[in-house]
Design a protein around this ligand. Structure first.
Ligand SMILES: CC(C)(COP(=O)(O)OP(=O)(O)OC[C@H]1O[C@@H](n2cnc3c(N)ncnc32)[C@H](O)[C@@H]1OP(=O)(O)O)[C@@H](O)C(=O)NCCC(=O)NCCS
Length: 178
């Protein structure tokens, strides 16, 4: 078990964690994770991405969870409710990031559980995501009961830009709270 607190951020709490969230994204990409960026991961790229994420968070279009101790922020995951009016029951899971210094302690699983609980609470009972095939993320989602529907070859450039890798697509149906 870790001593991290896992919780959903308010817009005020997000702004106070801006630099730590930028640092987290940079650290994860520099460590080689395939999360929509190619190295070198500049501060400018990370700040621009978070600026859009914070704007979406402020209008309720992205829920941001973090894992932190009193000293540092070590992880995040985002719940993105589908905006389509015929998919009011669906949300995407995105930006599942655990800092390399804090991986393999159960934080990823704890963040996913928090996001799934909140999704259930707000009646988003169908969750979807994609991840790099063969990654730690793919193992995590399978372990937590997500269903893999398949792979798309050559989907995304590897973080070091050397080649493209396939992506795996997953979904999970949550039992509504009773
Ligand atoms: C994918 C990711 C979020 C997983 O986060 P994490 O905090 O390491 O996840 P967990 O600790 O819950 O599980 C990871 C592994 O540690 C193991 N583990 C968990 N607690 C452990 C403990 N106390 N001691 C030893 N191992 C442990 C798990 O069994 C799991 O093993 P496996 O990968 O061999 O199946 C993290 O690796 C990451 O941020 N990667 C880079 C970004 C990324 O790829 N994100 C996914 C994009 S879709």
């Amino acid at each position: 078990m870790t001593s991290h607190r896992i919780f959903l951020l308010t817009p005020e709490q997000v702004m106070a964690r801006r630099a730590a969230l930028v640092d987290l994204l940079i650290a994860v990409v520099e460590a080689g994770a395939s999360v929509n960026f190619v190295q070198p991961m500049t501060r400018a790229k990370a700040e621009a991405w978070w600026a859009e994420a914070f704007a979406a968070h402020a209008r309720g279009a992205r829920l941001i969870f973090v894992a932190e101790t009193d000293e540092r922020l070590d992880g995040t995951v985002h719940l993105v409710p589908a905006p389509q009016e015929n998919q009011r029951h669906r949300a995407d899971l995105a930006k599942m990031l655990v800092h390399p210094r804090a991986q393999r302690q159960g934080l990823g699983a704890a963040l996913m559980r928090a996001a799934e609980e909140e999704a259930c609470r707000i009646d988003r009972t169908l969750l979807t995501l994609d991840t790099e095939t063969g990654s730690a993320g793919e193992r995590l989602y399978a372990r937590l009961g997500w269903t893999k529907i398949g792979e798309i070859p050559g989907y995304a450039m590897r973080a070091d830009g050397s080649t493209t890798d396939p992506a795996s697509f997953f979904y999970k149906v949550l039992a509504p709270e009773g």
